[in-house]
Design a protein around this ligand. Sequence first.
Ligand SMILES: [Mg+2]
Length: 312
Amino acid sequence: MKILIVEDTRAVAAVMAARLSALGHETSLAENGRVAVDRFREDPPDLVLMDIEMPVMNGFEATNRIRAHEATQSWAWTPIIFLTASDTAENLVTAIEAGGDDFMSKAVPEAVLQAKMKAMARIADIRQRLAVANRKLEEQANRDGLTGLANRRYMDLMVDLRWADAQRRKAPFALLMLDVDNFKKYNDRHGHQCGDDCLRAIAGAIAATVETSNAEGVTGDAFAARYGGEEFCVVLPQASAPAYEFVAAALVDAVRRLGIDHPDNAEWGVATVSVGGARAVVADGDLAPLFLTADERLYAAKHDGRNRARID
Ligand SMILES: [Mg+2]
């Protein structure tokens, strides 16, 4: 375990650190409550051993602040054991009331120290596994199962956040709606299994285009999502007019260059997308009209013969 020892008396801290190291734990020291809170925020430990009487900030106050900080984080609770001069019932009650989980005498017998650390290591292990499971769940909840792109739910969430951010900064904001051309005919000819493969490949080309555009600094934090069915959306916060035009054209090119056989797609012979875009020079008011405009232009692109972008 990573154990943070908070103790102002150096000799006591050194002895405790040595004993815990001997049990195979990794320790770090903080000489008062304030340092402990900072250290905790920078590098959360698996366990805190907290002295009570300390200069600058005492153990109860530090525990309070650590609990307040934890409330804003995804992990729930790090065990805190108070280090006390004596084992009394009164000490235990005070420790629990103050947000601690247990208390331990600074002169704790070796067998008790080992037993307590064993129990704490079990808790740390469970917490770690929970954290991993939570991250996976969160990730899955945001991803579209078929294509691996962000899903509609996540896009709705992100697009509102980015729009609000653009409004605050009075920054531009653009979005592109993409629709796979004649996709129903593709499914009718090749079957839904191939249809899924086709969508996956197109999603891959969209994602790669957006990533490259971000990496090369054309866009900053553009992201792509599966909007539904064979529709995709690319959100371009703060996109300049040239960046917006560039990405729209690059998306059309990238999909066509995949060369996915699609004989029923008019004269193109391969799978293509149509793109409709809308851009606000300054983000202002409601976001809905931007989606509406992008949709209208998407239909115009279809009407004009597909495999093209209509963005103004
Ligand atoms: Mg002290």
